[in-house]
Design a protein around this ligand. Structure first.
Ligand code: HEC
Ligand code: HEC
Length: 417
C-alpha cells in the first residue's frame, strides 16, 4: 500500500513506470553544437534538453504515471494528465476496506502536464520542486525558496498544506536536488499541455499535518546509518554501494509497501507484512465490488535465511526487479532475449517491478547490496500473494504498461528534440 499509516488505498495501484536509455538518446538531439565535440561547451539548450530527459527517466522509474495516468508508457493517451476516470481516484481512511466507514477522503492525482489553467502551467519550477521536497501543495504555497522544514522558519509556511496521500512525496523528497529540478523541467517543458481539470482532493481540516509524522515517515535527511534495523556491511561488501542502495530504497518508497514507510528506523522496516493494514487488493474489484480481488502481501526483504531474501541469490533478485520473475520460481541465471521464459510466472502488479525495471543495472545492484548486507535479518514468514490461475502475464498486456526500454523521446505527448 502506498498510502499513509492507518489508511488504505483502494484504487488501481499497479503503479508503473519506465525510462529511456537516456545516455543513448541525448546525443540524438540537433540542439546547438555537438556537446561532445572537442573544445565546445554544451549550449544552454542542450543542457536543458539533457535535464528534461533525466526528468523523464526519473518520472518513469518512480512510476508517476501509475497514479497520474498512462502507466510507464509516455506514448499512452492521458500520460500524466491526471484523473480521467473514477478508477484513478483513491479512498483514504477506513472506508477503503469497509464501505461507509468514516472518515473517508477521496483524493485525486492531478494533471502534471504544463497546461496553463489546469496543469503545471500555473506553477513555477520552484513550486514543483517545493511540492516534491517538502510535500507542500503548489496551489496553496508561495513561490519562494525554502530553507527550513520548521513551520514559520526559513520561508516554510506557518500552516503548511500538504499533498494528500497516497502522493509519495515523503519518498520523493529524498531524491537529490538536481533530480527534483529535472522532474520539474520535464513536467514544464518536456510534455505537451493537456486540458484536464481534476477535481480537488478531499482532506481533513489540518491538511494532513497529523498524518505526516516523523515517527511514521522518518526524518529528512535520513537518520545516520546504521539504525537499529540495520548493520554495518561485512568487509567483503562495498560499503559505498550499500549506502547508495539504502538511499535508493527510501527514494523509491519500497517501505511504503514492504514496511516502515520511508523511515529506516521504524519497527519492521522492510520486513514485509506484519499487520493486516499492509495487505491490499488489486484487480477488477477495485472498480466493480462484485468482481474478484487478489490480495497482495508485500514480502520480507530482510536477509533472513528462511523467510526473507536470504533464500535467493543476488541474480534472482535482479531478475525479479528487472524482469518481474518470481524468485521462488526461477533459478540463478542471466536472462537474455533467448532464454527469457515464455508465459513467465511474474510478480503481481501490486509489486511495482514494471517501473523499477527501468532503473539502471548499477541502481538495482546497489539496492540488492543494501538488502543483503545493510539490513539485519528479521524472521517473518509472509503468506504468498493471491494470483490468477493463468498467472499475471495477460494482465500486464491489458494494462498497457509500456515497453522496456521505454519508447523513444519524444512521443505524441511530449515536446523536444
Ligand atoms: C501512489 C499515487 C501517486 C504517485 C505514484 C505519484 N503521485 Fe503525485 N499525486 C498523487 C495524488 C493523490 C495527488 C493529489 C494530492 C492532493 O490533492 O493534495 C498528487 C499530486 C501531485 C502534485 C501536486 C499537483 C497540484 O496541482 O497540486 C505533483 C506536482 C505531483 N503529484 C507530482 C508527482 C510526481 C513527479 C510523481 C512521480 C515522481 C508522482 N506525483 C507520483 C498521487 C501520486
Ligand atoms: C506498491 C507496493 C510495493 C512497492 C512500492 C514495492 N513492492 Fe516489492 N512487492 C510488493 C508485493 C505485493 C510483492 C509480492 C508480489 C507477489 O507475490 O507476486 C512484492 C515482492 C517483492 C519481491 C519478491 C520477493 C520474494 O521473496 O518473492 C522483491 C525482491 C521486492 N518486492 C522488492 C522491492 C523493492 C526493492 C522495492 C523498492 C524499489 C519494492 N519491492 C517496492 C509490493 C511492493
Amino acid at each position: 500500500m502506498r498510502g499513509s499509516k492507518g489508511s488504505a488505498v483502494a484504487a488501481p495501484l499497479w503503479a508503473i513506470a519506465a525510462m529511456a536509455a537516456v545516455v543513448g538518446t541525448v546525443t540524438a538531439f540537433g540542439v546547438g553544437p555537438d556537446p561532445r565535440a572537442p573544445g565546445s561547451e554544451a549550449t544552454p539548450e542542450a543542457a536543458r534538453q539533457e535535464q528534461i530527459l533525466r526528468g523523464r527517466q526519473l518520472v518513469l522509474e518512480h512510476g508517476c504515471g501509475g497514479c497520474h495516468g498512462g502507466w510507464d508508457n509516455p506514448g499512452a493517451e492521458g500520460f500524466l494528465a491526471g484523473v480521467t476516470s473514477p478508477a484513478q481516484e483513491f479512498l483514504i481512511g477506513p472506508c477503503a476496506w469497509e464501505p461507509g466507514a468514516e472518515p473517508c477522503f477521496r483524493t485525486r492525482p492531478r494533471n502534471l502536464t504544463p497546461h496553463p489553467t489546469t496543469g503545471m502551467g500555473r506553477f513555477s519550477e520552484r513550486q514543483i520542486f517545493n511540492s516534491l521536497r517538502y510535500g507542500l501543495r503548489p496551489g496553496e504555497t508561495a513561490d519562494v525558496e525554502i530553507t527550513s522544514s520548521t513551520p514559520g522558519e526559513g520561508n516554510f509556511p506557518m500552516f503548511p498544506k500538504y499533498l494528500a496521500p497516497p502522493m509519495p512525496w515523503a519518498a520523493w523528497r529524498h531524491m537529490p536536488d538536481e533530480d527534483l529540478w529535472a522532474i520539474a523541467a520535464y513536467l514544464k517543458d518536456g510534455l505537451k499541455p493537456v486540458d484536464n481539470l481534476v477535481e480537488d482532493s478531499e482532506g481533513p481540516p489540518d491538511f494532513w499535518v497529523s498524518n505526516y509524522t516523523e515517527e511514521a515517515y522518518g526524518t529528512y535527511p535520513l537518520p545516520p546509518f546504521p539504525t537499529a534495523n540495520e548493520q554495518e556491511p561485512p568487509a567483503s561488501a562495498n560499503r559505498e554501494q550499500v549506502l547508495r542502495g539504502r538511499h535508493l530504497v527510501v527514494q523509491h518508497g519500497c517501505g511504503d509497501c514492504h514496511g516502515g514507510l520511508t523511515n529506516p528506523a521504524a519497527p519492521a522496516f522492510l520486513a514485509g507484512v506484519t499487520a493486516p493494514v499492509q495487505v491490499f487488493p488489486v484487480g477488477p474489484c477495485l472498480v466493480d465490488p462484485e468482481a474478484p480481488c487478489f490480495m497482495m502481501r508485500p514480502r520480507n526483504l530482510t536477509p533472513h535465511s528462511t523467510t526473507g531474501i536470504g533464500r535467493w541469490t543476488d541474480r534472482q533478485l535482479f531478475n525479479a526487479l528487472r524482469h518481474g520473475l518470481r524468485p521462488a520460481g526461477y533459478p540463478d541465471r542471466v536472462i537474455t532475449a533467448d532464454n527469457h521464459p515464455d508465459n513467465p510466472d511474474l510478480l503481481a502488479p501490486g509489486m511495482v517491478w514494471v517501473e523499477k525495471r527501468h532503473m539502471s543495472d548499477d541502481d538495482l545492484w546497489a539496492i540488492i547490496a543494501y538488502l543483503r548486507h545493510g539490513l539485519k535479518p528479521v524472521e517473518n514468514e509472509v503468506e504468498e500473494s493471491d494470483r490468477p490461475a493463468e498467472g499475471w502475464g495477460g494482465t500486464y498486456v491489458d494494462l498497457g504498461v509500456g515497453t522496456y526500454p521505454a519508447v523513444p523521446f519524444p512521443t505524441a505527448n511530449e515536446v523536444g528534440g
